[in-house]
Design a protein around this ligand. Structure first.
Ligand SMILES: Cc1cc2nc3c(=O)[nH]c(=O)nc-3n(C[C@H](O)[C@H](O)[C@H](O)COP(=O)(O)O)c2cc1C
Length: 455
């Protein structure tokens, strides 16, 4: 199978689409829409409906974000959700083909337990699991794990690097060929194919082997979502798919070229790493109708919420930000941050480029936290997607509907047919696993080679 290049029958490169699901929608005020289910986050039927909608549209995958802490105070937006691997397991039984990706923190988990949880999701889903590896940029998480302060940006990525090395070795430690199940001889497995790691590193000491058979995909699909220097270097070593946020084609194309070059420099095939920027589509039969939808949501925002979110990213207090003034100089001076570096950069660039006040800035990021917001007709949305895809800025997209389920349904019914007419998106699933949807091979087992050589 050629790496990644998802081609149609005529060898035409095709889009990868991931449905980024978030309770009532990505717009921070979506839960206030008259039609919105305000308690969607804990309603399994709501999630099953969304998963089945995305699968019916032949999306490569769906994605659940996460952070091991309450998201904000809960006053102005639903702050919690179901634990994502638990929810993915339930969704795996309500679907049969769509890939199932969830965020799990590498800072607030241990490799052995997480490796077996992800391996188990891959087994129960028939090879459809994906892991979005995040280092958890917030301060709230640290307080839930006995830490007075959040580990530094560099330390979080260093830990994540070792975490991945250990997790991959654990998934490889139980070779698929280990089980012989010889009832006559009473021999279940070949111990020579169950490998101890005896890993001792700066962050972890893990004996192994894992107590779960090698996942059907070898490893769950490895996704990453940090765009800082550390983030990009980590992605170049480990990521198979990259989630990223950019407001302009130019920024997205720069990132695309940069990350592919880093992957090549890390000795990997750039075609084996799929870049998926996020887009937030506001769709209307006319541009005016689409704008009206965006304005309806914008009017439902509570500025105090946006102000708090912005202050958190800039690691400052909401009181330090004046709504009707530009961002203060200390922030424009871009101090080194220990949290979400690339997101802070994106917000500053947007505010400076468009000369925005704080009030205008929080309105501009209220719909998708800085991702590319598209307001227009289905043709205009499809054209913008085509331009980024064919212009070397993306291998596909994270579809972030501002409201759910209505926004995703509109994209599926109105935009996908246009992309299919252009031959840019699949009509049917060819494969059954997440890796097959993304055109990625099952990784070789680092121990298997050794066992063969000694056999
Ligand atoms: C599409 C997308 C999804 C993300 N999902 C999560 C998430 O579920 N949990 C989380 O803590 N961070 C999430 N992030 C944030 C990243 O993990 C990271 O903190 C942020 O991109 C800043 O990374 P940097 O410091 O390397 O620039 C997401 C980012 C993107 C672009």
């Amino acid at each position: 199978m050629p790496l990644h290049a998802r081609d149609d029958r005529d060898g035409r490169r095709q889009l990868h689409l991931n449905a980024f699901l978030m309770d009532a929608g990505h717009h921070e005020a979506s839960w206030r829409l008259p039609t919105a289910p305000p308690r969607a986050a804990f309603d399994l039927q709501h999630w099953i409906e969304l998963a089945r909608l995305a699968e019916s549209a032949k999306f490569d995958s769906l994605f659940l974000a996460d952070g091991p802490a309450l998201g904000g105070t809960g006053e102005f937006r639903p702050p919690g959700q179901l634990e994502p691997l638990t929810l993915l397991t339930a969704l795996s039984q309500a679907t049969s083909r769509i890939g199932l990706i969830a965020t799990v923190s590498s800072t607030y988990n241990e490799p052995y337990n997480l490796a077996r949880r992800l391996a188990s999701v891959d087994h129960v889903s028939g090879g459809r699991a994906g892991w979005n590896i995040v280092t958890s940029a917030g301060t709230a998480e640290a307080a839930n794990f006995g830490l007075d302060t959040r580990p530094s940006h560099a330390d979080r990525y260093a830990r994540a690097d070792e975490f991945l090395q250990v997790a991959k070795a654990l998934w490889d430690s139980w070779e698929a060929e280990a089980v012989v199940a010889d009832k006559a001889a009473g021999r279940y497995a070949d111990p020579a194919r169950l490998h101890r790691l005896d890993h001792r590193g700066r962050h972890f000491a893990v004996a192994g082997p894992l107590n779960v058979e090698r996942p059907p995909q070898g490893y769950p699909l490895l996704v990453q979502a940090g765009s800082s220097e550390d983030g990009k270097d980590f992605a170049a070593r480990h990521a198979e798919a990259i989630f990223t946020a950019h407001r302009t084609y130019e920024r997205a194309a720069d990132f695309y070229r940069d990350i592919k070059a880093r992957v090549r420099a890390a000795g990997r095939n750039p075609d084996g790493v799929i870049v998926l920027p996020g887009i937030v589509p506001y769709i209307g039969a006319t541009e005016a109708e689409a704008r009206a939808l965006a304005e309806e949501l914008d009017e439902l925002r509570v500025p105090a919420y946006g102000l708090r979110q912005l202050a958190a990213v800039f690691e400052t207090e909401p009181d330090d930000l004046r709504l009707d003034e530009p961002l203060p100089d200390p922030i424009l001076a871009r101090p080194k941050l220990e949290g979400a570096q690339s997101r802070a950069d994106l917000f500053i660039e947007l505010a400076v480029r468009e000369k925005l006040t704080v009030r205008q800035l929080i309105s501009r990021i209220g719909g998708g936290r800085g991702h590319f917001e598209l307001v227009g007709t289905p043709d205009q949305i499809a054209d913008a997607i085509t331009a980024w895809f064919e212009g070397g800025a993306a291998d596909g997209f994270n579809i972030m509907a501002p409201s759910l389920p209505s926004g995703l349904a509109a994209f599926v019914e109105q935009v996908l047919p246009i992309l299919r007419d252009k031959g840019l998106f699949r009509e049917e699933y060819e494969g059954t696993t997440l890796r097959e949807h993304y055109g990625l091979p099952v990784p070789a087992n680092q121990f298997h080679r050794a066992t063969e050589d000694t056999a």
